[in-house]
Design a protein around this ligand. Structure first.
Ligand SMILES: [Cu+2]
Length: 148
């Protein structure tokens, strides 16, 4: 069986921590305190090869939005929003221009989950958290660099 695309390359995938639980914190038995969540993508720039994937490990109340090659944070129209399905929760940024992936509505999800995103073409892709105050106030974004 021959490997396809980047599936056997060392850069076939990367893991990005999409929000992090601070320490010390006690989450037992099922507690996710918003004040104990760090709003950052780590690493801030992930590198893979075309045809590879990024495993976004989401910790906290976050929504993944991926924008096409070359999009910058300033290009995002933050006046376009959508309310989360389950309220009360902060508004979610909903700028569809050049958006190639929008993740699950966090208001319907547990506070810890994984979303796996495939990148077919080379480029530099902006990844933002669409939770309004996370992106606007905390600048919660990063990039995926996809090599040929
Ligand atoms: Cu967030």
């Amino acid at each position: 069986m021959s490997p396809k695309n980047a599936s056997n390359s060392p850069l076939s995938n990367a893991t990005v921590s999409f929000g992090e639980w601070m320490t010390p914190v006690d989450r037992f038995p099922n507690v996710s305190p918003a004040t104990a969540n760090h709003h950052e993508l780590i690493p801030n720039v992930a590198t893979i090869k075309a045809g590879g994937t990024v495993n976004f490990i989401v910790a906290g109340f976050h929504i993944i939005n991926v924008y096409d090659d070359g999009t910058q944070p300033e290009d995002i129209n933050t006046s376009l929003t959508v309310p989360p399905t389950a309220v009360p929760a902060p508004l979610l940024i909903n700028d569809p221009n050049r958006r190639i992936y929008r993740g699950l509505d966090p208001s319907l999800q547990p506070r810890d989950r994984v979303e796996v995103v495939h990148f077919a073409k080379p480029g530099t892709y902006l990844v933002i958290c669409g939770v309004f105050p996370h992106f606007v106030n905390d600048r919660m974004f990063g990039f995926v660099r996809v090599l040929p």
